[in-house]
Design a protein around this ligand. Structure first.
Ligand code: 5GP
Ligand code: ZN
Length: 118
């Protein structure tokens, strides 16, 4: 369930503090410590999965719930409505995909431009 050496598992457990955006039995959402934009939060399954590369059919439920939560939380956190507003969804996977923290996470990035990155 958890990896004792994983920084995001420690955040989920509350061993490392975070600015929580949302939580349920399967999902934890918190603000990125180095935001690119006015809105930048990370969504993680509570189950420790290193990346998208490890997903199987048994994870379709939680991944589907994460995807359907994205637009609701994006708007609640300050992203303007589609189509003038919107948001960017990024899932870095593996070293060549630019992944630094190996606990699967979705970046949700948005809000009024200009952004620091992206
Ligand atoms: P990756 O490059 O793996 O897709 O993104 C990892 C993200 O995690 C980065 O945007 C980084 O700022 C964020 N991050 C790393 N350590 C922490 C932390 O301790 N707390 C929070 N809130 N975010 C973190
Ligand atoms: Zn983890």
């Amino acid at each position: 369930m958890r990896d004792p050496n994983c920084i995001f598992c420690k955040i989920i457990e509350g061993q490392i503090p975070s600015q929580k955006v949302y939580e349920d039995e399967e999902i934890y959402v918190f603000n990125d410590i180095h935001p690119w934009a006015p809105v930048h939060f990370l969504m993680v399954p509570k189950l420790h999965l290193p990346s998208m590369a490890q997903l199987g059919p048994e994870h379709a439920g939680v991944m589907g719930r994460m995807m359907t939560l994205v637009p609701k939380l994006a708007q609640a956190q300050g992203c303007n409505p589609y189509p003038d507003g919107g948001f960017r969804l990024i899932v870095n996977t593996g070293d060549e995909g630019g992944q630094e923290v190996h606990h699967l996470h979705l970046h949700v990035i948005g809000g009024p431009r200009p952004w620091r990155k992206g």
